[in-house]
Write a protein that binds this ligand. Structure first.
Ligand code: SF4
Ligand code: SF4
Ligand SMILES: [Zn+2]
Length: 142
């Protein structure tokens, strides 16, 4: 699978609002102006870690779990923010990625964020299927 959607920080870009807005051309409908093509293609300073971490800026690691500081304070702060807001743990995601390999992890993420009703794509930030509009947070039951 394409690891563009597997950033260093443990997010899965395929469920990101910015990614889905662009992919599905939903800017007008959802009232947003900017999108994102995914971490590795975009190679920008995503709101997550890259803008703050010199090692990631210099592409020293593909994933944070390769770093001797893992999980550093920055990553822990981000992890806590996402756990509180979206029930997602980037640190757990990274550990799982390391354990089963990036391809398998991506396959799990695709399955997790596939809408059970329409097989469309779920946005973790809005807890909503961007294809049929169903309200759903796949991580709440965990
Ligand atoms: S904004 Fe960040 S998390 Fe979202 S798709 Fe882009 S790189 Fe991925
Ligand atoms: S774990 Fe390492 S690579 Fe990742 S943000 Fe922290 S210092 Fe940077
Ligand atoms: Zn759906």
């Amino acid at each position: 699978m394409d690891n563009n959607l597997a950033p260093p920080c443990g997010m899965y870009c395929g469920t990101c609002r910015a990614y889905l807005l662009l992919k599905k051309d939903l800017f007008k409908k959802k009232g947003y102006k900017t999108g994102c093509k995914g971490c590795r293609i975009q190679n920008k300073n995503c709101a997550h870690l890259k803008r703050d971490c010199q090692a990631l800026k210099k592409n020293e690691f593909e994933f944070c779990f390769e770093c001797q500081k893992f999980p550093c304070q920055r990553l822990e702060r981000l992890d806590n923010r996402y756990k509180t807001k979206y029930n997602v743990s980037f640190i757990s995601n990274l550990k799982r990625n390391k354990e089963i390999g990036t391809n398998n992890w991506l396959e799990e993420q695709v399955e997790l964020y596939t809408c059970p009703d329409c097989k469309g794509e779920i946005c973790v930030h809005d807890a909503e299927c961007y294809d049929c509009g169903k309200n759903i947070n796949q991580n709440k039951s965990k």
